[in-house]
Ligand binder design. Sequence first.
Ligand code: SF4
Length: 336
Amino acid sequence: MKSLFGKTLDELVLTVKEKGLPSFSGKQIADWLYKKGVPDIDGITNLSKKAREMLSSEYEIGLYPPSDVQISSDRTKKYLYKLRSENYIESVYIPESDRATLCISSQAGCRMGCRFCMTARQGFKANLTSGEILNQIWSLPEKDKLTNVVFMGMGEPMDNIDEVLKSLEILTADYGFGWSHKRITVSTIGILPGLEKFLKNSQCRLAISLHNPFDEERQKLMPMQKAFPIKDVLKLIEKDEYTQRRISFEYIMFAGVNDSQKHATALVKLLSGNDLRINLIHFHKIPGSSLLPSDETTVENFKNYLNSKGLLTTIRSSRGEDIFAACGMLSGMKRD
Ligand code: SF4
């Protein structure tokens, strides 16, 4: 069975036309999918019984609940979903006093091989469809409390850009969820072809995983630096004349690896003159890795230096470490 959930309006119109139904039925179905949350095709009551039977012979809605949840002592929740492909993915719900953010996955596994990341250990398993990406939001028990979504879970969004763009269209379109672009951030290590497509086709916010200002050192942490050097990523972003989007840089702090004064000075040289933000992130040690987190004083001093040089820098608070839900710790491991 194919899914209706996750289809754009154009795709829904095409689907109904193929079944010999009028084009406006596509918009009717979009309303039921993305505004009313219909659980099955039989619930689309403004379609005739015959039309519903025709659709049901090939399609289902395609929504499914999480198969497991773990709850952290800080109230962060990690949800596990089983995909049709039999792969598992995770998303992380992070409640705060004034907002609630969901960190979602765009792939099962990942082929990018970053040394500090648990997802990388699995290798690539599958791209998520737009419906599977959006199901993490729609099937979230706390859906009505959500204020923000970040594409920072498992996978590299720019390596699955077509499905990610479809999900962003549905999230922001009037026919879909109708969210503001400002509520959505897509993160990337800088995969240029996908990033170029994203900049042209979406106004959502962008986060670049930087982690080191020196090419050779960055390549040791993130092998894709060789194919897509950070300098080329920065050049592409500078040409982003399409929108006034907010761009931020993520910088995980590793003890003795990227937290020295030399690194701070090079960061200022690399990023100065641009209107951007830097988020310093506490590293969560993962099994079998020699990488260690920088101590708090070093992180604080690093932040203060960057701020003193005019780079707006904050330290991102760490959430869900006790349930392996924090940054770089998602693995989609099934728990029996
Ligand atoms: S950090 Fe992101 S891009 Fe790198 S391996 Fe992990 S999931 Fe993939």
